[in-house]
Design a protein around this ligand. Structure first.
Ligand code: KIV
Ligand code: NA
Length: 265
């Protein structure tokens, strides 16, 4: 396997090849995602929702993110592995941010980190980059600051918010980030940003004028079913398929159908 690197992603943008990115939080799922040639695996703090059942991404800890990331690292041979730095592990000051990023790199074996925000966290981003750790930015809808906004609606529809987002993207590029996630913003704005920077823009709910796409793998597979944003394309309905399979198992146990003669010693 030839490992995808931060450099290959920038080259993909240059060559007009779209970048595919998906989340994974555990070994078994990451094996499948990696074998399907997904370019980037994001160990997202969406694990807080998807894996732990929290309402927001805020409660997940750095230790928990490292646990998820180390499981993914053991599975993935080809994909570049990016790990979210969780809420509360980089906002206090830039030294704390660097310590958190170093812990992720040393203890999980991930290849890069992702942080949410623009100019507010510029010093932290610079300090992490100075240590040789690749940083992916994340602008637009930033779930770690959900309580500041109060809703998960589309971001940067207002002119001043769109202007700030464009400036933040420029700043992240200038600081040395290798890519930026843009979440839930108008497609026209996302396209404009993608055309204004040389680093890849990976969209989620940001239209197809960007350089790549990311989704939460459980959403794509239809394992989650309460979450139905317009941007989500479901490729399977695993919630239903898994429920049916498990109900069948229960019935088979109750009716003494399982195990049969061949399924025992
Ligand atoms: O945590 C996550 O899954 C993310 C993606 C939605 C970009 O940050
Ligand atoms: Na995230």
């Amino acid at each position: 396997y030839k490992r995808v690197t931060v450099k290959s992603l920038v080259d993909m943008k240059k060559n007009g090849e779209k970048i595919s990115m998906l989340t994974a939080y555990d070994y078994s799922m990451a094996k499948i995602v990696d074998a399907a040639n997904v370019d980037v695996i994001l160990v997202g703090d969406s694990a807080s929702n998807v894996m732990a059942g929290h309402e927001t991404t805020l409660p997940i800890t750095l230790d928990q993110m490292i646990y998820h990331a180390s499981s993914v690292v053991r599975a993935a041979k080809r994909a570049l592995i990016v790990v979210d730095i969780p809420f509360g592990s980089y906002q206090s000051d830039s030294k704390e941010a660097l310590r958190s990023a170093i812990r992720i790199m040393k203890e999980s074996g991930g290849h890069a980190v992702k942080v949410e925000g623009g100019v507010e966290i510029k010093e932290s981003i610079k300090r992490i980059l100075n240590a040789g750790i690749p940083v992916m930015g994340h602008l637009g809808l930033t779930p770690q600051s959900i309580y500041k906004f109060g809703t998960y609606t589309v971001r940067a529809k207002e002119k001043h918010e769109a202007e700030k987002l464009k400036e933040d993207a420029k700043m992240l590029e200038k600081a040395g980030c290798f890519a930026i996630v843009l979440e839930k913003i108008p497609a026209k704005l996302a396209k404009e940003v993608a055309e204004s920077v040389s680093i890849p823009i990976i969209g989620i709910g940001a239209g197809n004028g960007v350089d790549g796409q990311v989704l939460v793998v459980h959403d794509l597979l239809g394992m989650t079913h309460e979450f139905n944003p317009r941007f989500l394309r479901r490729y399977l309905n695993l919630y239903e398929d898994m429920s049916n399979a498990i109900s069948q198992y229960v019935d088979d146990v109750k009716s003494c159908d399982f195990p049969n003669d061949e399924e025992q010693y």
